[in-house]
Design a protein around this ligand. Structure first.
Ligand code: ZN
Length: 482
């Protein structure tokens, strides 16, 4: 053992045996500025009446006690840009490979780390903003047997069952449940983190608990690996349809190891059809741990809502399944009685023209259900989506910074289309477009496409920050686009 390592080991032993004033099992212990030094080693932390200030990149507080099963809450506040970690099951606080990490990061999208507060980092990532800077929030972690639950302000953000014989990447090989310390530390140098109060209740050692999370199978392995790679595994296209509740949707996302974006269908003859119904919908879901989305329906939507009401949403999207043809017939391509294909080649050219018109004028972030063909033409998808037609769609996506959805329900676009779009630098989103409460699935086609097209995290769409919304910057078109 090298001298410095030996010294560290000795200090660790002294630290553990010398000050073992650990909280009692089954009892809630409150830790704050008044008694922190009885329980934690502080490094570069300022103790004040407001709480414990972690101001510098190296600021940290490390429990002097070890704990295996516990309920923990931390009341804290961040200022702009501040990022930190809540670490548990840490047996060596000097190693970043050791223990589980929960992210503290309330920055806007496309700012700072992609993972936001409550993310069980690289195990079950969370990309949704769950708290905001300059406001107190509570971060909770419960560990019971092999089950981990992370909660922010009473909303469950991540849940995970650690499998037996878990295998991790070498740089996080110590991310395994064990008796260990709890650490709160900074992970960047911007802003400040203030900790007001910590509560901890050590729990009895329990046999494995049944949580109902998905049993490990071949899909779980793919999902685990993508989480480990920090791939933004986000289903941006789900709906609360057919009786599906928000709680059920969130639970399902956690069960399968991804995040959800939940969209209201907004447009002519839809329940959300003006600013007042749109605002009411938004206010109802604003605290939920999902991305909030508008699916803009038909072409008339641009005349129904104001930019201000639209810009509350994390992102907006539309498809090219509803438009009016050259003979003035309003078509909905998924309804055979409303779809008119007089000439398949002319129809295809008209469809591509509609997509170009729509995506170049409507300030949308994602092109959903892309390359969808009416049932009559779908069997000839590969023949009708010629390289020239693909390239026209790819060009408008690229020129207007619109992401291309990989749609799990319709299994579109084709892998060939995705590969071609990727080569051109188009960004992608994943979307299920469920029609009810029993067809959410597990993103099967999306996972296949990620693998076959070799998509990485930098290929993926992330919502724009508040100051960069397309609808605010470019407004809405004066008349409908098609
Ligand atoms: Zn939809």
């Amino acid at each position: 053992m090298r001298p410095i390592k030996l010294l560290f080991a000795i200090l660790t032993v002294i630290g553990f045996t010398g000050c073992q004033t650990g909280p009692e099992k089954g009892e809630i212990t409150k830790i704050d500025a008044s008694n922190i030094e009885n329980y934690c080693l502080l490094h570069d932390v300022t103790v004040s009446d407001d709480g414990l200030l972690l101001k510098n990149p190296a600021s940290s507080m490390t429990s002097q006690f070890n704990v295996r099963n516990f309920e923990l809450t931390v009341k804290l506040k961040t200022t702009a840009g501040a990022e930190g970690l809540l670490i548990f099951a840490a047996t060596n606080a000097a190693s970043t490979a050791d223990g589980y990490e929960v992210r503290i990061n309330n920055s806007d999208y496309r700012t700072g780390n992609l993972q936001k507060t409550g993310s069980l980092s690289r195990v079950r990532n969370n990309f949704v903003r769950t708290a905001v800077d300059d406001q107190w929030f509570t971060l909770g972690v419960t560990v019971e047997a092999n089950h981990i639950k992370v909660v922010v302000n009473d909303k469950t953000i991540s849940e995970y069952d650690e499998p037996t014989n878990v295998i991790r990447a070498s740089d996080i090989s110590g991310r395994i449940l064990t008796q260990g310390r709890v650490v709160i530390r900074r992970s960047n140098g911007d802003g400040e983190i203030l900790v007001q109060e910590i509560t901890i209740k050590p729990l009895d050692d329990l046999p494995g608990v049944q949580t109902g999370l998905a049993a490990a199978d071949s899909l779980t392995k793919v999902v685990d690996l993508l989480n480990e790679q920090e791939f933004p595994l986000i289903d941006f296209h789900t709906h609360l349809k057919g009786g599906l509740t928000m709680d059920q949707a969130v639970k399902h996302a956690q069960l399968i190891g991804c995040n959800y974006g939940v969209a209201a269908n907004c447009g002519l003859k839809f329940p959300v059809t003006n600013d007042s119904t749109l605002n009411a919908y938004y206010n109802n879901i604003s605290k939920e741990p999902v991305f909030k989305a508008m699916q803009c329906e038909g072409r008339e939507w641009v005349t129904l809502f104001s930019p201000k009401a639209i810009a509350q949403f994390d992102y907006i999207f539309t498809d090219a399944m509803t438009w009016t043809d050259l003979k003035g017939r309003r078509m909905r391509l998924w309804i055979p009685e409303e779809t008119f294909v007089d000439d398949e080649q002319k129809f295809m050219d008209m469809l591509v023209g509609k997509i170009e018109s729509e995506l170049s004028q409507e300030p949308v972030d994602i092109h959903a259900n892309p390359t969808y063909l009416p049932a009559k033409l779908a069997p000839d998808y590969d023949r009708l989506w010629t390289p020239e037609r693909m390239d026209r769609v790819i060009k408008v996506l690229k020129d207007y910074d619109v992401a291309l959805e990989i749609n799990a329900r319709f299994k579109i676009p084709s892998i060939a289309f995705i590969q071609r779009a990727r080569a051109a630098g188009v960004k992608f989103s994943l979307g299920t477009n469920n029609g009810s409460n029993n067809d959410l699935g597990r993103l099967e086609y999306c996972l296949k496409a990620i693998k076959e097209a070799g998509l990485t995290k930098t290929d993926m769409f992330i919502p724009r920050p508040a100051n960069d919304k397309k609808v605010i910057k470019s407004g809405l078109p004066a008349k409908i686009t098609g």
